[in-house]
Design a protein around this ligand. Structure first.
Ligand SMILES: Cc1cc2nc3c(=O)[nH]c(=O)nc-3n(C[C@H](O)[C@H](O)[C@H](O)COP(=O)(O)O)c2cc1C
Length: 188
């Protein structure tokens, strides 16, 4: 442990990520969009609430402000190219990212924004607060409904025995995956 070498880090957020990388779906029947989000976290258990960071210049930001809702779609390793695609292009230039990246709209139960069928989990969220953070906004939202592929989630936990590979963004085109459970032997 003592011979660990420390380096100075230019972008400290790169140490705090990777969390799960998400595809956020926004809009309604008239106009919808998708964008990728690495900066996200749960913020409350009851009622369940989450937070995401959204650039204020993103096309999606206007849709989020207008509709007050969004979908969280959790991709696995099969969707990394779609995640990069949705995160490198803007709805300002592309009218239909679902079509462009061969993703299928799934009707949500409560919100108007479509969900992504190919994702392994979908959460429907209603915005609680939009906090100005300069070039981006911290958006907190209540989760109204959540569904997950039962093959990958049991007893309230992700399970990996059926080949699940969750993706975490390292930067640029690079991701790492979580695909294995380990257990603490801590005994109080
Ligand atoms: C892997 C990945 C993660 C990203 N994470 C975030 C994020 O957490 N917050 C954010 O505002 N933008 C993030 N972006 C950038 C947006 O997804 C990107 O600017 C997107 O083009 C915005 O789309 P829109 O203009 O159609 O809304 C990320 C991009 C990639 C590729």
């Amino acid at each position: 442990m003592n011979d660990k070498k420390f380096i100075s880090v230019g972008e400290p957020h790169r140490l705090l990520t990777p969390g799960l990388t998400l595809l956020i779906s926004t809009g309604n029947e008239q106009d919808d969009n998708l964008f990728s989000v690495a900066w996200n976290m749960p913020v409350r258990k009851q009622p369940p609430m989450v937070a995401i960071l959204c650039g204020k210049r993103h096309y999606s930001f206007k849709l989020l402000e207008k509709t007050g809702e969004f979908g969280i779609n959790i991709p696995d390793h099969n969707l990394i190219d779609e995640v990069i695609g949705c995160g490198k292009t803007s709805g300002k230039d592309i009218t239909d990212k679902f079509d462009k990246f061969n993703l299928t709209r799934k009707k949500a139960k409560i919100i108007k924004a479509p969900l992504v069928l190919e994702a392994i989990a979908n959460l429907e969220c209603r915005i609680f607060d939009i906090r100005d953070m300069g070039t981006s906004a911290l958006i907190t939202a209540q989760v109204l409904n959540a569904v997950v592929d039962e093959k990958h989630f049991k007893n309230n936990q992700w399970i990996f025995e059926n080949g699940l590979q969750l993706i975490h963004h390292l930067g640029g085109l690079d991701f790492c995956i979580s695909n294995k459970k380990i257990k603490s032997t801590y005994n109080s």
